[in-house]
Design a protein around this ligand. Structure first.
Ligand code: MN
Length: 728
């Protein structure tokens, strides 16, 4: 049966519709197996049959769209499963065919692919910010499952964009913008350069038809001149390559319209003033022939030194490989020359899709290259999975990583690392490895020591200096620019905070149990935290440590159900400290007036001595924040800000809590108390813990004014081995 079909297909093509023949003619010989051909034929028929009565806005049968998507995918030399799924990509959404029908007739993978595309087409990217971010998430999740889903979506989008003129202006604009902001950058990141430029040209055509037509005309008019020039440029090169017996395909290629307009606008020039409208491409068989061709080019034409790039030795992160050089052609024109093997050329055009064109036997060979191509995707996906950042934050992260240009810097081993502009050594360190990032204390750039906030430039050689005792702190968040670094730092800080809350929680629990003479319960609580109403012991400790629950309440509720505990109130250490500190002030004056209803922002816990501002809230009076509090930047209504002051006489002291981190050593505590006593500062409490040679110190002090505090902080910074100090 199968071989019959094959025979029919191969011997008498005219019996089959040309749309089908077009697709199978794109398949490599080795892929034209009976199985593959009959599968494509079945899909072709099923799709045509089930879309039978549907027509497109253009008046054509709907199936023409499905056939075109299949053809575009076949052109990319992609595997047959994807072509079949491409032919069927709209049947779940638009016809009565279900996923299980597809699984039954074809296979599970094809069913999953069609379902994936169906889900993806439900996603619209121009909606509200929040939804948009969630949509990005959805898309990335479906891509991470099987990246072929997005390839089908690209083909679908290319065909829809090329037939967009039949839709309403409004719809055209929405689809064009979505293509420009989501799909084209994504294609770029997946190394599908050809898809990206096709999309960009279609977007340009849709959004600015007049400009587009103008440039197209001008490019066409100058075509003859250009071709003559290119022929003259190529001749000596191809002659010389012939002498070396190197087979090369050399051709000139006009730049894409969208890139021409981009240049005109960027340089504020007229079309006639843009000279580098075309590039020469040389395609050879082997890598060493690329370098031979480069030698010939540089021998015939003077190279423009600054513009030489060897992406063969150091491929771009999306897998792109090629040599780029710019030379002075006849009349001093600058000509860009790209040299690559035919295999690299394939990869440059279809990027990640190239992976599926290879036979099973070759797959291992290409595994590493595909891995690097989709590595960034996996990375983002992994980060997202483990982060509970808000949707709009995620959107920002995507935008940054997807749409910005890139710089390239080198590791000491000469490995190329791609970063976004204005990246710092911290970004670089995290890009190399999260452990390198976590412990980095400094960096050498081009053999010179630089600070961690140094801005890297393309071509820099970067060496990271690490120390086992160094860990991320909050200031790193300001220095880091890449998603990866920021997420790792945030995750570390969160974990650190969690661990601290566990310790603090334990401390509080221990103290409070002692107070009510129930310390013996501690062991049984550990074994069965249910005694205090918690499923998990760590959860209990962190809830206490974070101040989410108050131990006295827990004890009252669970241990003294029936006893009345008057006069007994236990506060968390933090609230105790804050209340103690606030007692120093009679209160707050608002615009000079006292006796106004005020409350304190829980976000920043201001205490006397802090610079503060007030914000008027309906119904609850004035909320007081530290002036440096981050949350006040979200308050948009400027008229609600009021000036507030501590109602405090000048001779009164106030209380401050400092947190410091040191590399642990002998006499540390001594040095600390020394520093405070020298300034006549009274220590109310000191709490120091050391672990893994890192000492964390919480210091509660009484001081009389800010300048005394500033002096103390300066003194503390001089204490040997200090790593970190902050008020909190
Ligand atoms: Mn479609």
């Amino acid at each position: 049966m199968l071989s019959n079909i094959l025979k029919k297909i191969t011997s008498n093509k005219s019996e089959y519709p040309p749309g089908f023949i077009e697709i199978i003619n794109c398949l490599d010989k080795e892929n034209q197996t009976a199985n593959n051909l009959s599968m494509v034929w079945e899909a072709y028929q099923l799709s045509e049959e089930s879309h039978k009565n549907q027509i497109r806005k253009s008046g054509e049968p709907y199936f023409t769209h499905c056939q075109s998507v299949g053809k575009i995918l076949a052109d990319w030399n992609i595997d047959v499963e994807t072509i079949v799924a491409g032919l069927l990509h709209d049947v779940i959404e638009d016809t009565s065919i279900s996923k299980s029908d597809i699984v039954n007739q074809f296979n599970q993978d094809i069913g999953n692919l069609v379902e994936g595309v169906t889900k993806l087409s439900g996603i619209k990217f121009n909606s509200k910010k929040q939804e948009q971010a969630e949509n990005f998430m959805k898309m990335f999740i479906s891509m991470a499952k099987d990246i072929r889903v997005i390839l089908i979506k690209f083909a679908d989008r290319l065909h829809n964009m090329s037939t967009i003129e039949h839709l309403s202006k409004q719809k055209q604009e929405r689809i064009a913008l979505e293509t420009k902001e989501v799909y084209a950058p994504l294609a770029h990141r997946l190394g599908m350069n050809n898809v990206k430029t096709q999309m960009e040209d279609l977007v340009f055509k849709t959004l600015s038809p007049d400009k587009y037509n103008d440039i197209r005309k001008k490019v066409n008019n100058s075509k003859k001149d250009r071709e003559r020039y290119i022929d003259r440029f190529i001749k000596p090169v191809s002659d010389e390559l012939n002498n070396f017996e190197i087979r090369a395909d050399i051709f000139g290629r006009a730049k894409h319209y969208s890139s021409i307009i981009g240049k005109m606008e960027k340089r504020n020039k007229k079309f006639e003033e843009i000279y580098d409208l075309f590039a020469i491409r040389i395609i050879v068989d082997k890598i060493d022939e690329c370098y031979a061709a480069l030698g010939v080019i540089h021998q015939k034409y003077n190279p423009f030194q600054e513009r030489f790039k060897d992406y063969i030795a150091r491929p771009k992160r999306n897998g792109y490989q090629s040599i780029h050089t710019t030379v002075f052609g006849q009349d001093g024109r600058l000509i860009e020359v790209q040299i690559r093997t035919s295999e690299m050329d394939q990869t440059a055009e279809i990027g990640v899709a190239a992976h599926w064109k290879y036979k099973e036997s070759d797959k291992q060979k290409n595994k590493s290259s595909i891995d690097t191509q989709i590595l960034w995707l996996r990375e983002i996906y992994e980060l997202l999975k483990s982060e509970d950042t808000s949707a709009s934050e995620i959107l920002e992260l995507f935008k940054i990583d997807l749409f910005e240009d890139e710089i390239f810097v080198y590791t000491p081993n000469g490995e190329l690392i791609e970063l976004k502009p204005a990246s710092t050594p911290i970004d670089f360190a995290y890009q190399v490895h999260s452990e390198v990032g976590k412990h980095c204390i400094g960096a050498k750039v081009n053999d010179k020591i630089v600070p961690l906030n140094y801005k890297l430039n393309s071509g820099d050689y970067v060496e990271i200096i690490t120390s086992k005792n160094k860990f991320p702190n909050h200031s790193w968040l300001k220095i880091a620019t890449t998603t990866k670094a920021k997420t790792h730092i945030r995750r570390y800080l969160k974990k650190e905070k969690y661990e601290q809350s566990l310790k603090l929680g334990y401390e509080i629990l221990d103290k409070e149990l002692r107070k009510v003479k129930k310390i013996k319960m501690l062991k049984s609580i550990k074994k069965d935290p249910q005694i205090l109403g918690f499923k998990d012991y760590d959860l209990l400790l962190s809830a206490i440590g974070n101040g989410k629950v108050i131990v006295s309440d827990l004890i009252d509720k669970n241990l003294f159900e029936n006893e009345v505990q008057d006069n007994y109130s236990i506060q968390s250490l933090t609230s105790k400290f804050i209340n103690l500190a606030r007692k120093r002030s009679k209160g707050i004056t608002v615009d000079g007036l006292s006796d106004i209803m005020v409350q304190f922002g829980k976000c920043c816990n201001p205490i006397p001595g802090d610079d503060i501002v007030g914000y008027l809230t309906k119904g609850s009076g004035v909320t007081v924040h530290r002036s440096a509090c981050k949350s006040i930047t979200h308050f948009k209504d400027q008229s609600r800000f009021v000036s507030v002051d501590w109602d405090i006489s000048s001779d009164k002291s106030f209380i401050v809590r400092l947190k410091m981190i040191f590399e642990d050593r002998k006499n540390l505590l001594n040095d600390l108390t020394d520093a405070t006593s020298k300034l006549n500062i009274y220590i109310k409490s000191i709490d120091m813990k050391a672990e893994d040679s890192v000492a964390t110190c919480l210091l509660v002090i009484e001081i009389s004014n800010r300048s005394q505090l500033e002096k103390l902080v300066r003194k503390m910074r001089e204490v040997q081995n200090i790593e970190f100090i902050e008020r909190f």
